[in-house]
Design a binder for this molecule. Structure first.
Ligand SMILES: Cc1cc2nc3c(=O)[nH]c(=O)nc-3n(C[C@H](O)[C@H](O)[C@H](O)COP(=O)(O)O)c2cc1C
Length: 248
């Protein structure tokens, strides 16, 4: 996949629909997170009721398809960040992604209790056999990225190795450190095994380039985008961040 620059708009549930994402100059736009089956959507509704932002669709897969339809004319690289309690939800999303020229990002990152209860998000990191089965199946339908979270008591080397072996094209690591900041060492470690999108606490060219220096092919931002809608424009003044890259 060819990326025109090193920057990624990272998923934000209830925020990153196409109307929002299209405004940014990042070389890769991740839409969602979306809930891809009934159980995940019900979890989303429960999360919404306690004040979280969520995309709520009457029919989960049609809702995701509507977003991809809106985005299809735009030739930029797009992904859909997906939570599902069933394998079918991931497969249905991957079929759509492939049809509309996007890639699937499996959300093994979310830690909201409503989603953990139904085996979504971060709970997949604690059930690597299941995560690997999902990646293995879904990668038959579209390119797959797996979004994971750092800072947990886990063997990241072994899990990452298994994710890549199962057919993931990239790992998107939220290299969070409990208490704040990013763990660049984990980015370095996973980058030895395969393609990485580095994430957490990117706020300027210096922190973004530190991710690249640590081995990440691409660098993603979420909260900073809400604080400064021109952040990608500003980061693209830097030659390294503005340079294109072929990721295979
Ligand atoms: C409002 C909001 C919603 C988010 N929703 C999702 C989501 O649906 N899926 C996901 O993988 N990450 C989600 N994230 C996590 C971000 O993509 C990112 O990993 C995290 O905020 C750390 O990066 P940052 O320091 O650039 O914000 C969300 C973050 C925020 C602030």
């Amino acid at each position: 996949m060819r990326f025109p620059n090193r920057l990624v708009l990272s998923a934000m549930a209830g925020i990153n629909d196409w109307e929002f994402a299209r405004n940014f100059q990042a070389g890769f736009l991740i839409l969602g997170g979306f809930n891809a089956d009934r159980k995940a959507m019900e979890a989303g509704i429960r999360a919404l009721k306690r004040g979280r932002k969520e995309f709520i669709f009457e029919d989960p897969i049609s809702g995701i398809e509507d977003q991809l339809k809106k985005a299809v004319e735009d030739g930029r690289n797009k992904g859909i960040n997906i939570r599902s309690s069933s394998l079918k939800g991931y497969v249905d999303s991957a079929r759509l992604a492939s049809e509309y020229g996007a890639v699937v990002e499996i959300n093994a990152h979310c830690r909201q209790p409503e989603f953990l209860e139904i085996g979504c998000g971060q709970s997949l990191m604690f059930n690597p056999d299941r995560l690997v089965r999902i990646v293995d199946t879904v990668s038959k339908y579209s390119e797959v990225i797996v979004k994971i979270r750092g800072g947990l008591e886990l063997d990241y080397t072994s899990i990452s190795e298994r994710i890549f072996e199962a057919g993931a094209f990239m790992i998107h690591i939220d290299a969070m450190v409990p208490g704040g900041g990013a763990d660049y060492e984990i980015v370095r470690e996973i980058s030895r095994m395969g393609n990485v999108i580095g994430n957490n606490s990117i706020r300027d060219a210096e922190s973004a380039k530190r991710m690249i220096d640590s081995g990440a092919k691409l660098v993603s931002l979420a909260r900073m985008v809400l604080r400064d809608k021109d952040i990608f424009k500003k980061l693209l003044r830097d030659d390294v961040l503005a340079s294109s890259i072929e990721v295979i």
